[in-house]
Design a protein around this ligand. Structure first.
Ligand code: BJ8
Length: 424
């Protein structure tokens, strides 16, 4: 069926037929998982709208920004400092993908035992299905896990790629390396946008990104109430959308949603009964439209009250200090804030164990589900330590490894239901 966006998609060189199929599947999936929920907040209508226009209106906005000479910078990791991009009047979009489409094409140039997230972004590019990737003037990769690091070498044949070196340890020399990387990134972004990053612009950009983090922190505090006032699925969606929506508009909308949530908490209204088991997710990021596990959990009689993940609290927990006056001081503040990220790519990574345990206690969860994507060595290996740390705190954990396919849904459901029964 023709849409008002066909011409734009054609210009972006999308495979129109395959793209139409993708949107149809996505729409159906979204309807089943999201729109069937009871007692949803009115504020979620904004998120429904953004999702329905994810390849439409938002892409149109990106094209308009490009027409005004703004550059679109795509990223795959929460290590890439968005503040630098915004300070140079660029637009930052998250490119991680959570769908299986394009897997076959990806497996022609990547080992089969690569995690689904990597196969997905490569597959989306090869199958010409992602208008975000096609809109990018630069794609920023990073040296986190080996899978991503090597995939960017291949991806560079298809898109303009720049790679940031992320340290793997947290000693003083690693922090120095990281500060130098942030400076190198600033130079690159200034070169590609043609704009100089001044202290004033960097301070303004830092406030924009911090404000978004503050809104998401507020959301996380409110959702922790009992009875739980918003589903974990909805909060995951909000976090996912935060990666590609306009940051100022998004923050306003989430603060409005939080006002509504506050009323609900005051009125002691929940979306599930007060004695519903409270679970926390921990582990690999869940990119759009990867809603499989949260849906299974929440349709098995539990509710999710936190995500210890990059599409969750790892991305919002720490703010950048806003005291700096000069560009140099602000770059230092950025380096310090981003060095606190506790990704499993670091060694040792004891902070993550402490953070997970503290979060599970704060949220008063009955259990944690550790989610690892198949073939993700960093998170799968760390799962053993996470389980031990949680055990010591008296909190049960279920480790799940899966991918984006639907083949294991029944098996997962059985395991999740048994876990929910056990913690109940
Ligand atoms: S800071 S979690 S966003 S790297 S799932 S591709 S680790 S094999 S996504 Fe990540 Fe940055 Fe870390 Fe966060 Fe590799 Fe694992 Fe795949 Fe992963």
């Amino acid at each position: 069926m023709p849409t008002p966006y066909d011409e734009m998609w054609e210009k972006l060189n999308l495979d129109l037929q395959a793209h139409e199929g993708l949107l149809a599947v996505l729409g159906k999936f979204y309807g089943d998982i999201y729109l069937t929920q009871d007692k949803r907040l009115k504020g979620m209508e904004y998120l429904d709208f953004v999702l329905s226009e994810v390849h439409g209106l938002r892409i149109k906005e990106l094209q308009e920004a490009k027409a005004q000479s703004r550059k679109i910078i795509g990223t795959f990791c929460v290590f890439v400092p968005e503040e630098i991009i915004l300070a140079a009047n660029g637009v930052c979009v998250g490119l991680c993908a959570g769908a299986e489409i394009g897997k076959e094409a990806a497996e022609k140039i990547l080992p089969r035992n690569t995690c689904a997230l990597i196969k997905s972004f490569v597959g989306f590019k090869l199958a010409r299905l992602c208008p975000f990737i096609e809109s990018c003037d630069l794609v920023v990769g990073e040296t986190t896990c080996d899978g991503k690091k090597k995939a960017y070498e291949i991806f560079a044949d298809y898109a303009p790629v720049y790679v940031m070196e992320i340290p793997q340890m947290k000693n003083a020399c690693d922090r120095d390396l990281w500060k130098a990387e942030i400076r190198r990134f600033k130079d690159k972004i200034e070169e590609i946008t043609g704009n100089t990053i001044t202290a004033e612009k960097l301070a303004a950009a830092t406030t924009i990104v911090n404000d978004r983090r503050r809104a998401l922190q507020r959301l996380n505090r409110l959702r922790a109430a009992s009875p739980v006032p918003i589903s974990g699925r909805d909060v995951l969606l909000i976090n996912q959308v935060s990666f590609y929506d306009d940051p100022i508009r998004f923050t306003q909308q989430i603060n409005k949603l939080c006002d509504e949530l506050e009323e609900r908490v005051k009125a002691h209204q929940g979306i599930v009964p007060e004695n519903t088991p409270r679970l926390m997710l921990s582990g690999c990021p869940m990119a759009v439209p990867n809603w499989k596990l949260p849906y299974l959990i929440e349709s098995s009689g539990a509710v999710i009250v936190g995500e210890e993940s990059c599409i969750g609290t790892r991305n919002t927990r720490d703010l950048v200090e806003e005291k700096g006056q000069t560009v140099e001081e602000m770059l230092d503040a950025l380096a310090d804030r981003y060095m606190r990220i506790d990704c499993a790519c670091f060694t040792p990574n004891t902070e993550r164990l402490d953070n997970i345990t503290a979060m599970a206690k704060d949220l008063k969860v009955n259990g944690v589900i550790h989610y690892g994507l198949s073939f993700c060595t960093p998170y799968a290996t760390e799962a053993f330590k996470v389980e031990k740390a949680l055990q010591a705190a008296g909190i049960p954990m279920l480790a799940i490894e899966t991918d984006y396919s639907m083949e294991d849904v029944e098996q997962l459901k059985t395991r999740v239901e048994a876990f929910v029964e056990m913690v109940r």
